[in-house]
Ligand binder design. Sequence first.
Ligand code: EPU
Length: 311
Amino acid sequence: MAARADLYRQLASLLSPGSTARFDEPLSRHTTWGVGGPADLYVEPGSESDLLAALRFARLHQIRLRVIGSGSNLLVLDHGFRGIIVCLRHPCFRSIEPARDQLRCGAGAPLAAIVREAARARLGGLEFLEGIPGTVGGALRMNAGAMNRSFFDVLLRVRFMSLDGAVSEIAAAELQAGYRSCPFFETHIALSATLQAAPSPPETIRRLIALYRRRRQAQPAGRSAGCTFKNPGAISAGQLIDELGLKGARVGHAVVSTVHANFILNDGGATARDILALLDRIRSEVRSRRGIQLEPEVQIIGGEPAPAPMP
Ligand code: EPU
């Protein structure tokens, strides 16, 4: 462990002052569920070259590295994450630049900010992103969506870094994205995305944003990770869980929302263990009573206990 801690310190010392590096950072601070143990090292690179340095270092020393967005679709287990968590929340990764009929957005830009900036530039077509939590990086990885529209519907191209540090650009048409997934971003780090938009009258944009905002009324406020399970085919996971009478089911402080059954809320002090146990209970009830295997939409990470201190 001491050798490992030295390695982390070595990496932290390689980063420029614009970067943030923290040891044993509680990931509960970086997930919307508000649960999750510590990451050995948490880095917010202040530049692409610092991101590159972290990536190269992790590769050289075979340390796990994972990039997170706003943690809105993440269940970090209570033991935390053995390795390096990178978060692209520094302003240099959050720029949003409207052009004639496009927006170029940094991977760390929140979707809410994109909706705002597009409206300010009188560009329409991105209103459906209203109310979807998360950042561009997360939306690419998850092919986020709402109301039958998904991120890849408006994606033109992505600038990305490969795990060997090479930076290039890829057209959306060359990427394979499915329902709530784009495997390419499991092994490539998005740096920015260019989105298609179209000039639109401000009142039309306002009306559409209001329409998408209303959909939120069917979803609960409070600490959750949005929809917990993917919809299994045509039927909604929420409806399925609801029909089994599981609204309000609880393990510790994790509870199935009474507003939308595919949302699990942390109603104060839940652990990842509570949430995981509730997930398992829902899955096993749906399997045994309806013969359907639900797959989590949320990404589950971490869980390996920290090694014992060296004698
Ligand atoms: N329903 C119930 N009970 C519930 C929840 C839903 O009967 O507790 C019924 C609704 O009345 C409706 C149907 O199920 O007839 C579908 O519900 P909803 O419109 O809420 O859509 P969904 O399929 O549950 C999907 C996305 C959401 C997205 C909404 C709205 C998935 C897993 N979920 O939910 O995305 O916001 O459509 O577009 O694809 C997310 O990805 O995190 C997420 C929340």
